[in-house]
Design a protein around this ligand. Structure first.
Ligand code: SF4
Length: 124
């Protein structure tokens, strides 16, 4: 869990508010991706996928909310690589009433209608 209390959150938030009109911070739930897209920088995180638990991720989301951020950027290589895992994260977010907008990178063949609906809460 990052020690966000050691970081100048206000400076970061002021910059984003001036530039984009909202505040946002990153959260990494996993590293690695087994695909090999030519244009990708994925060797930064490697090919081996390893991930945090849904509970641990939502714990960090709630700490980010407590710091007053408006949004979270999931900085994973591909948040939706594991279908069961992304559905579990969405379930944990909903069950714990975690109210914050978020965005992520994905890959089109790793999502389907049910996953996207859960991610957007259209039908969650
Ligand atoms: S799916 Fe995404 S993270 Fe994985 S290799 Fe392709 S572009 Fe990179």
């Amino acid at each position: 869990m990052p020690s966000r209390e050691l970081f100048d959150n206000n400076g970061y938030k002021e910059h984003y508010t001036k530039t984009f009109g909202y505040t946002i911070t990153s959260l990494i739930t996993s590293r690695g991706c087994p695909f090999k897209c030519d244009f990708c920088s994925q060797p930064v995180f490697g090919n081996t996928f390893r991930a945090r638990s849904a509970k641990n991720i939502v714990d960090e989301m709630q700490s980010i909310i407590a710091f007053g951020y408006d949004r979270i950027w999931f900085a994973d290589d591909c948040l939706t690589l594991n279908r069961d895992r992304i559905l579990e994260i969405c379930r944990e977010i909903t069950e714990r009433g975690t109210e914050i907008e978020w965005e992520c990178l994905s890959r089109v063949d790793t999502v389907d209608r049910e996953v996207v609906e859960n991610m957007s809460r259209l039908d969650a």
